[in-house]
Design a protein around this ligand. Sequence first.
Ligand code: B12
Ligand code: SF4
Length: 486
Amino acid sequence: MKVTFVYPDFFQYPDGTFMPEGRIYLGIACLSAVLKKAGHETSLVHVVEPPTREWLVERVHSEQPDLVGFSSTTHMFRHVARWADWLRDGMDVPAACGGVHPTIATQEVIDTRGIDFACIGEAEDTIVELCDALQQGKDPSGIPGLWAKASDGSISRNPARALRTDLDELPFPDRSIFDPDLFCADQHPRGTLMASRGCPFDCTYCSNHAQKSVYPNPKDYVRFRSPENVVAEIVQMVEADRRIEYIRFDDDILTTDREWFARLSELYKERVGMPFICNSRVNFMDEKMAKGLADMGCEVVCMGIESGNSWLREKVLNRHMSNEQIMRAFELCRNAGMKTVSTNMFGLPLEETRMVLDTIKINGLCHPDTIQVSTFIPYPSTELFHLCEEKGLIEGERVDSIFAGRSPLKPASKGWEDKQAKANFHTLAYTYGRLNDIHPAAAGQLGARIIDSLVLGTRASSARRFAFERLTAWADGRFQPEWIKY
Ligand code: B12
Ligand code: SF4
């Protein structure tokens, strides 16, 4: 049985331009590994730019698959739906779709023409059982974790199977399925892996709690591979690809379990010793952890701030951390010699312009080396999606990127101030941070007052607009954010 995965990997902006990603995706690499182990064949159509109908049909057809396997995030599903439709007209092969979107919006996926199977959750066991059944001419409609559409259109809906608890039982991801020629430049020196699965938190905008809720054993959602198993994979990966210069741990949070992390650290230093990048969370960052990360070889640590407004963070985003804790975490990382990346959102439901300013200010005080700012997108089945629905905020189409400055939420009509705050996020953050460096005591208030009075106000006067534009134009040239790989 041959499975050809189709993986969409680009951002297309509303004006039709696109940005290719060209990165390895471990979800498909994991499935390819188990399928090969079970005696099946796999291949990949890695789609790094929006394809034409002819190209896609011809390309997939040339693989002669017995099953087409689409992988989709929520952003990419509008493309996948179109492609499934094209392939259904162009060739007579069953198609399955898995990934985060089918997990949290299964009905939408199975209702799509050209998709015969929608897979819920982690699928190492599901896909092997599906391929075995199709190969043996058996009815796949009872396979756990699979929704199957019969030729008469009827749908069998099987709930997600229990999460595997021992990740060491899985083979290492099959990276060979990816063609390095299609990778974007920063992918080549990077060895990407995940040492764990899941996240213990339930931030309302993140799809983790929605994904966790589909499983019959949600308490097992956070799982760690043994440090020995993780390091063995890294060693194998680095030996197989001599271009790798640093490691990227893609885990949601690498530092959740201190004991496990300490063992990983020892083994990593002993057997790998390469610089690495990872994600952490401010509430896991203390002096010992920051030093431990740096000592292990961490060069860049990414942590979410998301909003600088305590009320919004606590009550709307379900993120329980104080401003002081956030600032301290960034300071500790900086003092330990690591670069930092903060991730932030705006366009949140119930967010007001002054709250965007709070996010700007806290970034100024944290001094991250890179500030990532994205527009909030409501993901299906998340708490924040339900809140947006309840409040009647969703009206537009899904967008491909969190960086296009658009979202399916009704445009907030907060006017000039709001737009300027968002458009000048980096400049304002750096200006505020610099004012604070010069004179923390005075600048804390003065800087805040300058920024607030320039940006905030129900109706900006032309003098204030003029002053604001002059300030941002001046500061723009001085506070260029550093672009670091993460
Ligand atoms: C690596 C990663 C990326 C990679 C790869 C993206 C991808 N396709 O997953 C890159 C860098 C491209 C990326 C970009 C973005 N990402 Co990202 N990313 C991740 C991350 C950290 C790990 C994904 C991963 O490898 N998991 C490990 C594998 C083993 O698990 P898995 O992906 O769930 O795969 C299993 C099943 O889903 C299933 N499966 C997957 N594919 C298929 C196919 C078939 C046929 C079948 C049957 C089954 C199946 O089997 C797999 C093995 O068990 C996740 C968070 C996470 N913890 O999962 C976020 C996550 C996927 N990203 C997210 C987001 C929001 C983004 C960005 C918007 C962020 C940004 N910076 O711009 C972009 C959008 C990308 C896009 N085009 O849609 C969200 C997606 C939310 C949603 N509803 O879509 C996630 C879930 C984070 C979160 N918790 O909210 N991301
Ligand atoms: S801590 Fe990060 S990964 Fe975990 S639920 Fe919150 S946003 Fe998602």
